[in-house]
Design a protein around this ligand. Structure first.
Ligand code: SF4
Ligand code: SF4
Length: 361
């Protein structure tokens, strides 16, 4: 069964670890508890020192790599007959181990700055704040500015948001490895889609506002006492609710019961920007006409809750802002109906104009 790569489909809901059972609720509570200890207490500091790591954040980084690697092995054993997934998951793990852990860990030993090369604004939200930029060597400041303003949107126009959300980002990589056993837990209801539309753009507006405030603060606002205080409090509120609670405690804690992309789907401001860019770009999921047998595998396994089957039934190729291009819908389709494509921009536009290509949120 592993050789066919479909074992994940055969036992998905039968396993008590992959359905909403007391076990998965307990696991979810454990993960939430871990994140609360990590973010809001110092009880993990002695553990970090005991294993010769600088602080609890390096301990977290090390655990992140370990769980991602274990999850990656599980994921490839389940769906590993696809070259796309073999390559994608390998890149995910390497990016995390090299850029997300080893380099930031090692660079301070050589007099360098701790810097996360695979994260860009607005996901790494303080990388646009003047106080952060002034403290970076010029080449790192240039990298983070060009990465956020040029590289990220240009690649999203060409390849969709998948280049980042499914290949580079540590949050997406954890979701696609450690979180893979629960991808079918994602809701595809209309209510969840409505919530997602408002929540993700609300967080985007929040970080745009905060970045504006921090820029004003960095370029003279500090002289005005009340404004400087407002900037500090707004930054704290964002860091607490978005940076800690939504991305960590909830975003990862609810993997086993609500699916692995709650943060990416509902709250990540980077995903919001990439999604808007994706809609204007070349990426799409192409549907072969009159092939779908309505089995629903694609919708069940879409970690972003997209009702892929509805598009396939209507012979409608589509681009959805929320699609992270994980490729699982195409992988689990027994009829080979779906294909992830980076079509020519003109073709995309023509099809949209003629109604053959749906570009919903
Ligand atoms: S539509 Fe397909 S490629 Fe896009 S997120 Fe869902 S499963 Fe992944
Ligand atoms: S597109 Fe494929 S996986 Fe989705 S419902 Fe149709 S046959 Fe099933």
């Amino acid at each position: 069964m592993y050789a066919q790569g479909q074992d994940g489909l055969m036992n998905t809901y039968r396993s008590p670890w992959r359905n909403r059972t007391p076990r998965t609720y307990a696991l979810s509570a454990t993960i939430i508890g871990f994140y609360c200890l990590l973010y809001f207490t110092d009880v993990l500091e002695p553990v970090a020192q005991a294993v010769k790591l600088q602080n609890k954040w390096y301990l977290y980084g090390a655990l992140y790599c370990v769980f991602m690697t274990i999850g990656g092995i599980y994921m490839l054993r389940t769906h590993g007959n696809s070259r796309y997934h073999k390559l994608r998951i390998t890149v995910n793990i390497l990016v995390q181990i090299v850029l997300g852990f080893t380099l930031p860990f090692v660079m301070p030993f050589f007099g360098g700055k701790e810097f996360y090369w695979s994260y860009f604004w607005p996901l790494k939200y303080d990388y646009f704040f003047p106080d952060t930029l002034w403290g970076l060597p010029w080449y790192m400041a240039l990298y983070t500015l060009l990465g956020s303003l040029v590289l990220t949107p240009v690649l999203a126009l060409a390849f969709g948001k998948r280049w980042y959300c499914s290949w580079v980002c540590g949050c997406g990589a954890l979701a696609n490895t450690f979180g893979d056993p629960w991808r079918h837990m994602t809701s595809s209801s209309t209510a969840s889609w409505r919530f997602e539309k408002y929540s993700i753009h609300a967080v985007l507006l929040f970080i745009l506002g905060l970045t504006g405030i921090m820029l004003v603060d960095g370029f003279g606002g500090k002289q005005i006492g009340w404004f400087h205080e407002l900037a500090g409090q707004t930054k704290w509120v964002y860091g607490f609710f978005v940076g800690s609670v939504l991305s960590g405690v909830i975003g990862t804690g609810v993997y086993p019961v609500l699916g692995p992309r709650i943060w990416c789907r509902n709250f990540c401001p980077m995903a919001a920007i990439l999604g808007i860019t994706q809609k204007a770009g070349r990426f799409r999921i192409a549907v072969k006409p009159d092939m779908c047998i309505s089995c629903g595998n694609c919708t069940t396994y879409c970690e972003m809750g997209i009702d892929v089957r509805a598009y396939a039934q209507q012979n409608e190729s589509f681009t959805r802002a929320s699609c992270v291009g994980c490729g699982m819908c195409a992988h689990v389709c027994p009829r080979g109906v779906l294909k992830l494509e980076n079509g020519a921009l003109e073709l995309n536009t023509d099809k949209a104009a003629s109604g053959q290509l749906s570009i919903d949120f």
